[in-house]
Write a protein that binds this ligand. Structure first.
Ligand code: V3L
Length: 85
């Protein structure tokens, strides 16, 4: 898309871009000044906390990932688990 900003979540050794739909939802919620955003990712609900800059699965908050908002040019492993080169 032609968006300026992209949201990223942490992988094992780098960052992944959120898929485009989730990125749009995050941008809408963030720019509206909301404190968090709930996303449906691969059939599970996740919460992105804009203050803590974390993402957790709502039903199992064991794995807390860092998230960041950066330009679309920030180097990433890929998009939503699909690797790019
Ligand atoms: N978008 C897509 N899939 C996600 C997301 C997201 N925002 N968050 C978690 N998952 P957890 P490496 C990730 C997937 O946090 O090798 C990557 O996308 C997550 O996928 O415990 O560590 C890769 O596909 C994981 O499969 O709820 O960098 C994969 O990890 C699953 O949800 C490996 O990436 C559980 O994550």
């Amino acid at each position: 898309s032609n968006q300026k900003y992209q949201w990223y979540y942490e992988g094992r050794n780098g960052w992944w871009k959120y898929d485009e739909r989730s990125n749009n939802e995050l941008e809408l919620a963030f720019s509206a000044g909301e404190s968090s955003c709930t996303l449906l990712l691969a059939g599970a609900l996740y919460i992105v906390d804009f203050q803590a800059l974390t993402q957790v699965r709502r039903s199992d908050q064991t794995r807390k990932r860092r998230v960041k908002r950066d330009t679309t040019k920030f180097p990433a492993k890929g998009i939503a688990g699909i690797k790019t080169e």
